[in-house]
Design a protein around this ligand. Structure first.
Ligand code: NAP
Length: 249
């Protein structure tokens, strides 16, 4: 299968760090023009843009908060103005607010849902308007293995990621007639800033449940996203595909 994305336009939310960074680099290296979204770290986003260019691709940083529907609509309008289209949307931006369920604060629940689930809703809805008109699109939602399995200490995060799986299937059904595919990728434990902060005991326990015996790398998630981003993935929609070292089968 070829992996030529020349002429394609992609938006990767949370493209400034971790898994989103690896996805942005992968898509740019295959010829897509990539909009690298961020909220708090313009420096990190600019580093990704520079790296995309080094790899022979093209990219722009685009700062906005995915949880604000107004900001998202403006950003998609900006992409339309600059590039006239959007072929690929990767809903990757996410946060995790962990702790015991009974002690979880209202704002921890709301913030996690607002970014992880409402953020993907905002971006998908705005992008779908362009994609439906063009009768082509690829939407890839970065959910999580814990959205499939559940996980103690992560009630808001798990709820947002399970919700994202439901949203993937519902949106896939609505957009299929316009040749827009929508799929979810569920990473397991991937070494990024998000997992770096976990304590060693949690890491040890997680590792004991991974048949491949190691944590994953962001690039291993990006490979699957690249596959789903291509026009050749045309008969795959509404699917939930794991990249988890066998942690969940
Ligand atoms: P990360 O290293 O913490 O990076 C998070 C990214 O999201 C950053 O680029 C951040 O931008 C961006 N972001 C956060 N809030 C945002 C908002 N409101 N609007 C726009 N962008 C926002 O996380 P990661 O580990 O790469 O995770 C990426 C995705 O994969 C998340 O959805 C996460 O839930 C999912 N995932 C991760 C793992 C794992 O093991 N790491 C496993 C399963 C699923 P700034 O740089 O501007 O802060």
């Amino acid at each position: 299968m070829s992996s030529d994305l020349s002429g394609s336009v992609a938006l990767v939310t949370g493209g400034s760090r971790g898994i989103g960074r690896a996805i942005a680099l992968k898509l740019a290296s295959r010829g897509a023009h990539v909009y690298v979204n961020y909220t708090s770290r313009p420096d990190a986003a600019e580093e990704v843009v520079a790296k995309c260019r080094e790899l022979g691709g093209s990219a722009d940083a685009l700062g906005f908060d995915v949880s604000s529907s107004e900001a998202v609509d403006q950003a998609i309008d900006e992409i339309k103005k600059r590039s006239s289209k959007l072929d690929i949307l990767v809903n990757n931006a996410g946060i995790s607010r962990d702790g015991l369920f009974i002690r979880m604060k209202d704002d921890e629940w709301q913030q996690t849902l607002a970014i992880n689930l409402t953020g993907a809703f905002n971006c998908s809805r705005a992008a779908a308007r362009l994609m439906m008109k063009a009768r082509y699109g690829r939407i890839i939602n970065i959910s999580s293995v814990v959205g499939e399995m559940g996980n103690a200490g992560q009630v808001p995060y798990v709820s947002s990621k399970a919700g994202l799986i439901g949203m993937t299937k519902a949106v896939a059904r609505e957009l299929a007639s316009r040749n827009v595919t929508v799929n979810a990728v569920t990473p397991g434990f991937i070494e990024t800033d998000m997992t770096h902060v976990l304590d060693e005991k949690v890491k040890e326990q997680t590792l004991a449940n991974i048949p491949l015996g190691r944590f994953g790398q962001a690039d291993e998630v990006a490979e699957l996203v690249l596959f789903l981003s291509q026009k050749e993935s045309s008969y795959i929609t509404g699917q939930v595909i794991g990249v988890n070292g066998g942690m969940h089968m």
